[in-house]
Structure formats: structure tokens, C-alpha cells
Design a protein around this ligand. Structure first.
Ligand SMILES: Nc1ncnc2c1ncn2[C@@H]1O[C@H](COP(=O)(O)OP(=O)(O)OP(=O)(O)O)[C@@H](O)[C@H]1O
Length: 329
């Protein structure tokens, strides 16, 4: 039987907005998926798709409006925060923001050990930190005793990953961990996350707006658009056979050396529309939109055992429409 780390069931999160809090922003709408132990799941979507809100709910930093999340079979709301925050560690986008510039990096590394393993001697603490730093490719004698400004963004992100590893987590939630790092160093951090998953069997949730990074690192991909799942499945399936027009659009916007930049697609990606809570949220941008897409919310259907899509094109009669098809019914 598959061991699920997370079972996310009909998760919805609405924020009150406006001066008098009279309007609502639906950041997540009826999101359902499972994460198996040892998965590297990428949650992909452009700005405002609800990725960070989902991460915050999974980190117990926000509460859902409705629906629930089970962690190893237990409702998140019933789990002790202290225990949970040891087992589920986070790495955030901005490594600089995680450090206090007036303190040496030692402080950030020692804090979780002192918090969770207060029986450890100073020598044990040093040994554990040394081991974690070596795992992420840093030397203790070149790292400890220094201030954050003495490191590059990539090195600080490594230190944050070492910090997460110190407490033997089961899950690492990495929210855009390489987006503020020099492009030349990104691949090293991705390889490091891959090693952490492969060698320590830590489940990784990798949040990104970049489908190419997702395809590089993950074995499962979940595509979010305006708070709803558009497509979910094994990475190979989603990348090699993207079914949803939005995933196809994301695929076609990945720069490739043999393809010229298409400004039409850029405009398409920038276009902002009101969220359609009745029909398909992607319908205003969809080249295949029909009346049914405006009036009826598509259900998520399983096209293959490990490949799900939410689109009227894949209802009762399945199809394999591509963005470059000229048809529009
Ligand atoms: N605390 C909040 N109060 C009001 N609205 C919020 C709040 N947090 C998020 N939102 C809104 O919810 C929607 C989803 O935001 P979220 O930050 O989860 O998206 P995202 O995909 O992570 O985007 P980005 O990549 O830009 O961070 C957005 O419309 C955002 O403005």
C-alpha cells in the first residue's frame, strides 16, 4: 500500500480583501492531491496561482477556509506544532532574509538543535553541524564564525538547507528556493535537493513558477492556475504529453535555443482576468474555450492512472489537442 505523507482534500482558502473587507480573494479552490513518501513534487504556477498559500497551509502558517490536509493520516489541525515543525522543514526564496546580519551564521545553525535536542553537548552540536554542512558541500571551518554578508546567496541557501537537515526532517518544503540565486549556481542547489531526496529519502515539495526547473528535479508535477489544479501527474507524463492548454502554454514559454521568442505568448501570459468561479478559471486565456467552459467548472479526470487533468477537452471523450492546432469549437 502506498504510504501517503500528505492527503490534501478539497482545500479552499479565501482571503478577505478590500478596504471594508467586503470582497474575497480565492487563493485556493477545491484542491485535492496526495503526496507519497519519497516523492519530489513540484507545484508549478505563475504569480498569484496560490503556490505560497498552499505552502503556508502545509507549513501550518495559514488555516484552510474549508477542506483539510492529512499528514501521515492525521488532520494537520490535530498535530502538535512543535513536533510538526521538526518533521517538516522549510527553505524560502530569499536566503538573505533568513539571517540576522549582526549575528554569525553559527546562531542560525545552532538554534534548531538547541530547541529540539537540548541534551546534546557542545561537541555533539558541532559534529552534527559539521556533518550537515559537509552534506551541502560546505566546510565547517570555512563557514562557522562568519557573518552572512561574507557568503554568496547560493552559499547562504546551502546553509539554510543544512539547517533544515540538522533535525532529521521527513519533508522539505522549498518555496522558490533558487529564484534569487545566480543562474549559474541554481543547478547545484537543485542537485543538492535531488541528493537529499535520494540519499535521505526526504519528501520534497518544490514550489516554482518555472516548469523547466520542475521537470529537472521532480518525479511528480502539479500545475496550479488561479488557485485550481489544472494538471497533475508523473513528471515525464506532464512534460512529454502536457494535456492542459495552460501546461502547453507554460511548456511553449520555456526558452529553447532552436526556437525564437514569441511575443504573442508573452502577452498571453501577462493577461489578467477575473477568476471564474463558475466555469473554467483558464477559459479567458484558452484558445479552445467554448460555452461549456464559461458555464461549467470542469472536473478533474484521470486520463491515465498517473495523469490527471481539469479541462473540458478531456471529459467523456478524450482528445489530444495541442496549442498549435487551429481548431476552435
Ligand atoms: N494574506 C493575504 N491576504 C489577501 N490576499 C492574499 C493573501 N495572501 C495571498 N493572497 C492572494 O492570494 C492569491 C494567491 O497568492 P499566492 O501568494 O499564494 O500566489 P503565488 O502563486 O505564491 O504567487 P507568487 O509567486 O507571486 O508568490 C493572490 O491573488 C494573492 O494576492
Amino acid at each position: 500500500m502506498t504510504e501517503f505523507i500528505y492527503e490534501v482534500k478539497n482545500l479552499t482558502k479565501a482571503f478577505e480583501a478590500g478596504f471594508f473587507r467586503t470582497s474575497k480573494i480565492v487563493a485556493l479552490n477545491d484542491v485535492t492531491f496526495n503526496v507519497s513518501k519519497g516523492d519530489v513534487l513540484s507545484i508549478v504556477g505563475e504569480s498569484g496561482s496560490g503556490k505560497s498559500t498552499l505552502a503556508k497551509i502545509l507549513l501550518k502558517l495559514e488555516k484552510p477556509t474549508s477542506g483539510k490536509v492529512l499528514y501521515k493520516g492525521v488532520d494537520l489541525s490535530e498535530i502538535d506544532n512543535r513536533r510538526y515543525w521538526r518533521e517538516v522543514q522549510a527553505v524560502f526564496q530569499d536566503p538573505y532574509a533568513s539571517f540576522n546580519p549582526v549575528h554569525k551564521v553559527d546562531r542560525v545553525l545552532k538554534a534548531p538543535l538547541k530547541n529540539y535536542f537540548n541534551h546534546l553537548s557542545e561537541r555533539d552540536i558541532y559534529n552534527r553541524i559539521k556533518e550537515a554542512l559537509e552534506f551541502v558541500g560546505l566546510r565547517a571551518n570555512e563557514t562557522l564564525g562568519k557573518y552572512p554578508h561574507q557568503f554568496s546567496g547560493g552559499q547562504l541557501q546551502r546553509i539554510m538547507i543544512a539547517r533544515a537537515l540538522l533535525v532529521d526532517p521527513e519533508v522539505l518544503i522549498a518555496d522558490e528556493p533558487v529564484s534569487m540565486i545566480d543562474a549559474s549556481l541554481r543547478i547545484e542547489i537543485l542537485n543538492l535537493l535531488h541528493d537529499i531526496n535520494a540519499r535521505r529519502r526526504i519528501t520534497i515539495l518544490f514550489i516554482t513558477h518555472d516548469l523547466s526547473l520542475a521537470s529537472y528535479i521532480s518525479n511528480k508535477i502539479l500545475v496550479l492556475y488561479r488557485g485550481e489544479i489544472m494538471e497533475y501527474g508523473d513528471s515525464e507524463e506532464v512534460i512529454e504529453n502536457p494535456l492542459h492548454p495552460y501546461t502547453q502554454l507554460l511548456m511553449s514559454s520555456i526558452p529553447q535555443v532552436d526556437r525564437k521568442f514569441d511575443r504573442k505568448l508573452e502577452i498571453e501570459l501577462e493577461k489578467i482576468e477575473e477568476v471564474n468561479l463558475v466555469g473554467c478559471v483558464f477559459q479567458p486565456r484558452c484558445p479552445y474555450a467554448r460555452d461549456v467552459c464559461i458555464n461549467v467548472k470542469p472536473k478533474i479526470v484521470s486520463v491515465k492512472p498517473n495523469h490527471l487533468v481539469r479541462c473540458h477537452l478531456y471529459g467523456e471523450s478524450q482528445g489530444s489537442w495541442r496549442l498549435n492546432d487551429t481548431r476552435k469549437s
